[in-house]
Design a protein around this ligand. Structure first.
Ligand SMILES: Nc1ncnc2c1ncn2[C@@H]1O[C@H](COP(=O)(O)OP(=O)(O)OP(=O)(O)O)[C@@H](O)[C@H]1O
Ligand SMILES: [Mg+2]
Length: 235
């Protein structure tokens, strides 16, 4: 079980202060994919960055399997990111001069040792994501969707507890985007991980197991969301 409890994040001070997240709480069981939706500026990336251990919340806590995650020191946060989190951001951050397969093996390579198990895992993931034929290609020779699948496969290499995906499919047409979401969901279910995926696309969110809607940094329930949407339509 993954839990976010009363997370608040304020940027800046004084007159330029922005409350990006305001008392956000939710729970997610293992094997579940949560879609986070909300207008631009509603706090989605801030939420993902906090869960990733890249950003300190102003207050609130993250709890995994009943234990609070401590991210106060840089070393703790780095360890948490390395062992628990798989991260895919909008710019995929693939290394341009490495092949798809080498991109998957980059983290074990940087940790000092690429074992046979690492190579087998990379090949399995490449196959799972339909990339076997593309394994020896560099990112510049891959399509947008293929690059995205490489980035997701790479994030799965260290068997994270939590996968965090910010805008996975914004660069893709909806059909191919939905395929990527389906592949991701399959992996999440099979590996009993949790996944939080930011998307602007309601169809994409429809393929998730659960949805969380943010408006102005707050979680809104269905009734409130309908009211907000009605308000947006009126104005
Ligand atoms: N580093 C920062 N310093 C100050 N304010 C910030 C910073 N990062 C984000 N904000 C503000 O916090 C709010 C939430 O930003 P965030 O990036 O989380 O939104 P988002 O939902 O991901 O938006 P988008 O859909 O456009 O990616 C916005 O008002 C934004 O201007
Ligand atoms: Mg964002």
């Amino acid at each position: 079980m993954f839990e976010v409890k009363h997370i608040t994040k304020t940027y800046g001070t004084g007159r330029t202060q922005v409350t990006a997240l305001d008392d956000v709480s939710f729970r997610l069981d293992r094997g579940r994919l949560l879609a986070v939706l909300g207008p631009s500026g509603s706090g989605k990336t801030t939420l993902v960055s906090i869960i990733a251990g890249l950003l300190q919340p102003t207050s609130g806590e993250i709890i995994i399997g009943g234990k609070q995650v401590h991210l106060r020191s840089a070393a703790e946060a780095a360890r948490y990111r390395r062992t628990e989190v798989g991260l895919v951001f909008q710019e995929h951050h693939l290394v341009p001069y490495l092949t798809a397969r080498e991109n998957l093996l980059l983290v074990p390579h940087l940790s000092g040792r690429v074992t046979r198990a690492h190579k087998e895992r990379a090949d399995t993931l490449l196959a799972d994501f339909g990339l076997t034929e593309r394994a020896a290609h560099r990112p510049s020779l891959l399509s947008g969707g293929e690059r995205q699948r490489v980035a997701i496969a790479r994030a799965l290499m260290n068997e994270p507890e939590i996968m965090l995906v910010d805008e996975p499919t914004s660069s893709l047409d909806t059909e191919r985007g939905l395929q990527v979401v389906e592949l991701l969901k399959q992996q999440i279910h099979e590996r009993a991980m949790t996944c939080i995926m930011v998307t602007h696309d309601p169809r994409m969110a429809g393929h998730a197991d659960e949805e969380l809607h943010l408006v102005d940094g707050k979680v809104v329930d269905n009734g409130a969301r309908a009211a907000v949407e009605a308000g947006i339509q009126k104005s």
